[in-house]
Structure formats: C-alpha cells, structure tokens
Design a protein around this ligand. Sequence first.
Ligand SMILES: Cc1ncc(COP(=O)(O)O)c(C=O)c1O
Length: 468
Amino acid sequence: MKLPERGRPADEVFATLEAYAGGDFPYESGRAFSHVFEPDPAVSALARRAYLRFLTPNALNPAAFPSALRLEREIVQMMAAHLGGGPETVGNFTSGGTESIMLAVKAARDRFLGTAGRRPGRVAEMVLPDTAHPAFHKAAAYLGVRAVVVPVDPGTFLADVGAMAAAVGEDTALLVGSAPSYPHGVIDPIEALGVLALERDVWLHVDACMGGLMLPYFRRAGGTVAPFDLSVPGVTTLSVDLHKYGMCPKGASLVLHADRAHRAHQLFAYTAWPGYALLNTTVQSSRSLGPMAAAWAVMNAMGDSGYEGLARALMETTRRLVDGVRAIDGLAVAGEPDFTLLTFYPRAGGGGYRLADALGRRGWLVQPQPAWDGLPANVHLCVLPGNVGHEGAFLADLAAAWEEVRTATVPIAGSGNAAVDLAGLMSGLGVSPDRLPDEMAPINELLETMPPELRTDLLRRFVNLLYG
Ligand SMILES: Cc1ncc(COP(=O)(O)O)c(C=O)c1O
C-alpha cells in the first residue's frame, strides 16, 4: 500500500476504518472473556469526551501543559490511598502493565547496581514465580536482568516462598509476587514475600495489574482477600492497571513506589547534547494526554460506589461460573480463584484446546492455556463487566461444547516432530500471515509437543512474518 496521492475525504476514510473493524470480535455481545474492559455507556461517553479534549497536548512537558502534572498527581494520590499507601507514596502514570513492570524492574536493577557502578560486572537477578506475567521476562530481556524462575505450589498455584528464599543469592535485586497471577487468578503470599524482602534487603514488586483496583472492593463486599498492597511491610513497588478493572481506556496504568528515594532509580534524564533537557519518568517520552485525562474522568465518574457496585456484580458472576463449571461432570476448576480469573480443564487430561475451540464456534472469546507442571491444557476466563448476566448462556454452551469434545472420535493432533520449517508447518496447518484458522487446537497441540524454547522461537518467527 502507498500513501494516497491526494488526501481522501474524511467520510470515506472513516467508512474504510469501519469496514476494517467489521472483522473484529463483537465485544458488546458480552461474549468476550478477555481484552475488553468497558464501563457503562454514560461513563464510556465521558471517557471519550475527555480523551478527545486532551488528545493533542503532550504529557512530555508539564511546563507547557501543567494539566499533565495535576492529572497525574491526582490519579496517583487516589490510587495510593486506595492501595495502602501513605504520605510517602509516589508514583507515575504509564501506558500499561508492561511499562509499569518495566519501570519497577529498572528501578530495582539500578538500586542494586548503584548509580556509581557500586557492583561493577555484576548482573542483577530477579526471583519470580513461574506464574508471573511475561512482562517481567520482557523487562529482564530489555534491561539485562537475569530471571530466576521458581515453580509455584502445584496444588494451590501460589508462589512457593520457601523455594523463592532458597533462590535468593548475592545478586538478587528483586522479588516478584502477583495479586493475582494471570494463569490461575490466585493472590501470592505477599506478606511472607515482604518478610523475605526485608530479611534479605531486596526490592519486592507486587504485580496488581489485574487485581489492584477491584480487590479492596471484593474485601469490602465480604470476600476473603489476603493482604497484598503497599501497607504490607517490605513491598517496594506495586503496579495497577487502570485500563483493566479501572474501566479506563487503554494506555493507563500506574507504578507506585513506597517512597521517593526508590522512585529516583526509575527516572531518566539526559542533558549532554545540544538540545532540550530530556527528563522522563516513564519509557515513553512524547505522549498524548488523552489516556490520562480519560482515566481521571472515569475514576471520578465511577467513584468508590461505582467501583464497589461493579465488584459485587463481578464477584457474583465469577462465583456462578465457578459453581457452574464444577457442576459439569468431567470438568474441574484449577485451585481456588481469589478474583475474576478462572481456569478450568478436563479432569481426564486431554481436550482442553478443543474445548476452547468448541466455545469459540459458539461465539465465545476464551483463552486456551498450555499444559504446565501437571495441570493439563486448560481454558482461561477473565470475567468482565460485559459478561455479567451472560453466565447462564455461557454455562449452557460450555456443557454442550464439553459433550462435543468428550464424545469426539478425532484423535488428538500433534506429530511430535518439531524439526519442520516454518513455511511448511504453517501451510500444513492452514495458517497464512493474513488469517489464523478458526480451529486452533491442532496448532496448540502441536506446539505443546515442543520444548518452550522451540515454540517461543517458532512463534517469534511467525510474528515476524505476520507483520509484513
Ligand atoms: C497480572 C498481569 N500483569 C501484567 C500484565 C500486562 O499488562 P499490559 O497488557 O497492560 O501491558 C497483565 C496483562 O494481562 C497481567 O494480567
């Protein structure tokens, strides 16, 4: 494609965009169990208005746009108060969970290595459970930090603090815990990790990207929520995504620090060039104020009562789904979900991927997860506001989908022969860079026969083709 020789009329341009969107998942259907966090129409309309009003100002320069500083400070203060912070708590607005995590890892690394090269030639290490989000591995790869991965307890899926303690060494810069972890929706024992962090004088990051906003309301609504926030001794940083259960438009997350001294390690400044003094709090430099203004607007429009009402609805829907899945003969829920994330699998082992496909054929967007450490391939749900009221329809379809998978006669795919070239593999499986097949089970089953390094490499090469 080339740039059009002359600019096209606005209506025509927008009509083309609408046509492109035609193939996207209809998230308003209430059938998406991932990706889309949308508040009620009135709050959503306000978010759009605020976003557009602040689309053009640049958050890079709070001297030119003081609203940037004011919005960011107020958002941080609201969340610090919500998440056990005190007068010392500081933080910054970022583009998402990955950026918040990246900044926390960078700060921990720099504290460990010391700005003046206190530990020359050393490589900072991060000790983390195997359920921690891949954003930590991305941070490790980008920042030259070594990830020391510790398996979680295979029964509860909780971080094994004893094993993590054993993995802490001279080069450990930080520990990681999740509230909750993505794959199984359980809250790691943050208090015990805090004790370990204080004993060994290491940084502790709590990844509350998913749960940070809602968990305090779950507790208020009578749910059992283990301590996880900044009030826990030993917690140094915490990430909380506003663009998840904060219901804010995407591009909105926070990294909160126990105090300013720790946050100092996060910042980047450069003045040794002939241009302007570059002073960055985040990875991004120039950025629209739209996401920040929209987040501020949504948080004010929702208020405590709005979020609490949402938490109660989500808790109830999740409970119905957990009970409903457990009532289906042959299916089981992994562990005891603490939040809105739940994972279920065929008790007998095989068929998890096919179950995901069978639900997809019935119009549900669910995520298949691979077999891991004794748990077979499974289906993951992230219960969203849009799903509230659709649990009955989902459970009926799940029962039918499971019956179809359980009684199917097609053998499980997967040759086990991983030594195939990418183009041959893709065409053999019906994948083209333009379109993924509707049935992903044969591909997932084949990928599962490969060691993680090989499947990572294969998928990376596939993405390299996908983006042209
Ligand atoms: C627990 C957890 N941490 C971090 C992230 C990364 O967030 P983002 O996609 O906003 O970068 C996610 C995303 O799902 C998550 O579930």
